[in-house]
Write a protein that binds this ligand. Structure first.
Ligand code: 5AD
Ligand code: SF4
Length: 441
């Protein structure tokens, strides 16, 4: 039967994709993954460091796991991913429970490190790499629906946004071999998947030299979309400084490239954007949104925003709100600024916006976004949309749930529709998070 591995994943989609690589690597040395933590001989926690509260949650989880070690003295616990990279050996000192610490570029070494831990030694590898993309590893899919999956196309980040820990914990940017991406997406399609999401910290800077040819992100998207018209292609994350009209035209040209762009603005104030080292101004961001609107008129738009960055004034906060209002985002992830040790902002600026002010600004932002999201859904009432069915809705086996090309969730009576099918649905009602409709032919 082999040994049992339980893996728990925090953070972004990139980490979800990495956990699938890790399960594949561990399968090579006889580990099968389990959903039952109590039967595991090895627990791996794939961690996130993006904000302090992400790390606090993981500390809490580790403490909660201490009773498992008392029950099973052979149990080994490993912390992997971004927090492992950030804290390195310090993690072992602070948390005695942990046996293994492995950074995002050292997963191939995991079997050896686990063996070392089994022989009673603590094991650490946090070396970052300039080349590692795990291109040749076939991830073991852990998504439950069998319809949509992530495909990692690049690793690391070179952008050096002042607030961000990612370049430190994930290393320099490198693009994965195009052929290996295409063949992974093809395999997914052949085994029944109908949607792939191409993942990278900044997909717009994808760049792979293949013989005399240089493949950029627009070329890659085109190639993946060419696998089959029934395969939907999504991608994340785009960067406002790099998203080109050429890419927008590629998206517009292909029906199966989803009409949704996640374009993190972070702030609506040019001064704050400069301090953040984002590489664009408010006006540049607005120009990119206008380009999206004119080249892909039916495109939906989502964003990430940070409130209370160092020295942000009330006026500058209002600039963020007015940008959101102007852009009319369909969806947004909004965060209070959290200082990360070692980043440029931590070294150079003071985290001087009081917690209460950050909270007030964040709640203003959330209530504005709630209005924008509601408006975005209301605009869909009466429309006929194409939905890729992902499975039964949470509430009932008589209803299916899926998403539109614009990434909006739609629930509709299942009738004959099976997961993986495309359904034509007319939207009749909406709740705060979901569109509701019925099949139409
Ligand atoms: N504090 C708050 N939010 C952050 N993000 C990244 N770093 C920080 C930080 N130090 C947010 C950004 C990014 C998203 C993934 O997380 O909005 O786009
Ligand atoms: Fe993902 Fe960044 Fe969190 Fe790492 S730190 S898991 S890259 S969000």
């Amino acid at each position: 039967m082999g040994k049992k591995l339980y893996i728990e994943t925090y953070g972004c989609q990139m980490n979800v994709a990495d956990s699938e690589v890790v399960v594949s690597i561990m399968a090579g040395s006889g580990y099968t993954s389990t959903d039952e933590i109590n039967e595991a001989e090895l627990i791996l926690i794939n961690t996130c460091s993006i904000r302090d509260n992400a790390e606090q949650r993981i500390w809490g989880r580790l403490t909660a796991m201490s009773h498992l070690k008392k029950k099973n003295r052979n149990l080994k616990i490993g912390v992997i991913g971004c927090m492992a990279e950030r804290l390195k050996e310090k993690l072992l000192e602070t948390e005695k429970l942990v046996d293994i610490v492995v950074g995002p570029d050292a997963y191939r070494e995991l079997p050896g490190l686990v063996a070392e831990a089994e022989s009673g030694h603590k094991a650490v590898n946090v070396l970052l790499s300039r080349e590692e993309t795990y291109a040749d590893i076939s991830p073991v899919r852990m998504d439950k629906n069998g319809v949509s999956s992530f495909v990692s196309i690049m690793r690391g980040c070179n952008n050096m946004c002042a607030y961000c820990v990612v370049p430190y914990v994930r290393g320099a940017e490198r693009s994965r071999n195009t052929e290996s991406i295409i063949s992974e997406a093809k395999e997914l399609f052949d085994s029944g998947y109908r949607e792939v999401t191409l993942l990278g910290q900044n997909v717009d800077s994808y760049n792979f030299e293949s013989g005399s040819r240089t493949i950029n992100f627009s070329d890659l998207l085109e190639e993946v979309s060419g696998i089959d018209p029934l395969l939907r292609v999504r991608f994340s994350t785009s960067h406002p400084k790099d998203i080109s009209d050429d890419l927008l035209r590629t998206i517009a040209r292909h029906d199966n490239i989803c009409k949704h762009i996640h374009l993190p603005a972070q702030s609506g104030s040019s001064r704050i954007l400069e301090l953040m080292n984002r590489g664009y101004t408010r006006e540049w961001y607005m120009d990119r949104v206008s380009a999206i609107r004119s080249i892909i008129p039916d495109c939906s738009l989502s964003t990430d925003m940070i409130t209370g960055f160092c020295s942000e004034t009330d006026d500058e906060h209002r600039d963020s709100l007015s940008l959101m209002e102007w852009a009319g985002f369909d969806f947004a992830y909004m965060f209070k600024y959290s200082e990360r040790p070692g980043t440029r902002a931590a070294r150079k600026y003071s985290d001087d916006i009081p917690e209460e002010v950050k909270s007030v600004r964040l709640s203003e932002m959330i209530s504005l976004q709630n209005k924008l999201s509601a408006r975005s859904k209301r605009q869909d009432l009466g429309k006929v949309v194409e939905v890729l069915a992902e499975g039964f809705s949470k509430r009932s086996k008589e209803h299916m749930s899926g998403r539109t090309s614009q990434n909006k969730v739609v629930v509709f009576p299942a009738e004959e529709v099976r997961k993986g099918d495309y359904a034509s649905v007319v939207i009749e009602r909406c709740t705060s998070a979901t569109l509701l409709g019925k099949l139409t032919f």
